[in-house]
Design a binder for this molecule. Structure first.
Ligand code: FES
Length: 374
């Protein structure tokens, strides 16, 4: 995700020593950072969170977010990074960083997290596409370590076997927890002689997985494993998340139990919005951003608030545009909006007046919002 947060929301960076750099596949590598004792409280994190690296690339100061693969009990920060092209920031990181270097690493953040339930018997399913494995790996290591009764199923899609990142670490987890962890690999560009595992992870594949893998439940002969699923974790590209999340929902998992993390900007809703809204025209908008007051008029409310402000070229913060990352979080000070589904704000935050501009449809003739949250 590109970092476009306003200054008021910038978080703290500290120099952390690079302890390890490891090539995982031809296009992925891992970085491991030590957490010094004096910064342990700042780097306390939850499974599924991410950090931002700040790095000089071709003379420009760049910031990029990367999900952690480490679990909190490991006491370190490890990242899995994909090199998408030779010109990419990731490639420059891989070529220029050496073990022992100090790197500017932000304090952890992100809400792709789960409430820990160490005393329950849970069934958790993960779907990962490519480098989307990173936060899922963190979750799985954490759950295996902290929830002795929870069983986990991972469905991990890649183009071919050579592109599977963290294969050794995943194999070790299966060896360590053979009764509680099952992993199935899917390849979109490799022939295996078994159609179930060939092709992309998508809605069709979810139906096959439910019927052919998550069938009879040894722990309860009356039901299937799928019937027992408590939480679903999905991470990868927008299209994949949309397809899998909707399939899980269609197959009976409540939306609140489907969690996802996007690794790119995605301009569509993950779950289609079926609602219709009364048409509003000539809407007056006042907003505060970077300590500056702005005023503008929206033609109507057919598009979400963020989209309309971006079309008018205002420097409003955003990243996912899908109600997941929280970058466009702001406070509604006057007026009315309908906040469509969001994966980010808690009920308490919504009640306090916070909204996500990317998921807000304006429902009054005037609104006033404040993007400077602090
Ligand atoms: S841009 Fe990510 S929540 Fe709005």
């Amino acid at each position: 995700m590109e970092n476009l947060l306003p200054k008021a929301r910038q978080i703290e960076f500290h120099p952390l020593k690079l302890a390890k750099k490891q090539e995982l596949t031809k296009t992925t590598f891992a970085l491991e950072f030590e957490i010094p004792l004096n910064l342990s409280s700042q780097y306390h994190f939850e499974a599924g969170q991410y950090v931002t690296l700040q790095f000089l690339s071709d003379g420009n100061l760049v910031q990029k977010d990367f999900s952690m693969t480490s679990a909190p009990h490991e006491g370190k920060i490890t990242l899995g990074i994909k090199i998408s092209s030779e010109e990419s920031f990731a490639n420059s990181l891989f070529n220029n960083l050496e073990v022992g270097d100090d790197v500017q690493v932000s304090e952890p953040r992100g809400r792709f997290t789960l409430i820990s339930k160490p005393h329950e018997f849970r069934t958790i399913v993960g779907f990962a596409g490519g480098i989307g494995i990173t936060p899922i790996l963190s979750h799985f290591k954490n759950i295996l370590h902290t929830e002795p009764r929870t069983r986990l199923f991972l469905f991990y899609g890649n183009k071919n076997k050579r592109q599977v990142a963290f294969k050794n670490e995943l194999d070790e987890l299966v060896n360590q927890y053979p009764d509680r962890l099952e992993i199935h690999y899917f390849y979109s560009q490799e022939k295996l002689g078994n159609g179930l595992f060939e092709g992309r992870l998508n809605a069709k594949k979810v139906a096959l997985i439910i019927n052919q893998i998550l069938q009879l439940d040894d722990t309860d002969e009356e039901s299937t494993i799928w019937d027992a699923v408590d939480e679903v974790l999905i991470c990868g590209k927008g299209e994949m998340i949309k397809s899998i999340a909707n399939a899980c929902y269609k197959h009976g998992i409540p939306k609140k139990n489907i969690h996802f993390e996007l690794f790119e900007e995605f301009n569509e809703d993950i779950f289609p919005i079926e609602k219709e809204f009364p048409l509003m025209e000539n809407i007056e908008v006042d907003f505060k951003l970077f300590n500056k007051e702005y005023k503008t008029t929206l033609n109507n409310n057919k598009m979400r608030l963020l989209q309309q402000l971006l079309i008018q070229k205002f420097p409003v913060p955003y990243s996912c545009k899908s109600g997941i990352c929280g970058s466009c979080e702001c406070i509604l000070e006057e007026g009315e909006v309908e906040l469509l589904e969001n994966e980010y704000l808690t009920e308490k935050e919504e009640a306090s007046g916070k909204i996500l501009a990317c998921m807000s449809v304006v429902l009054s003739k005037n609104i006033k919002v404040n993007f400077d949250l602090i």
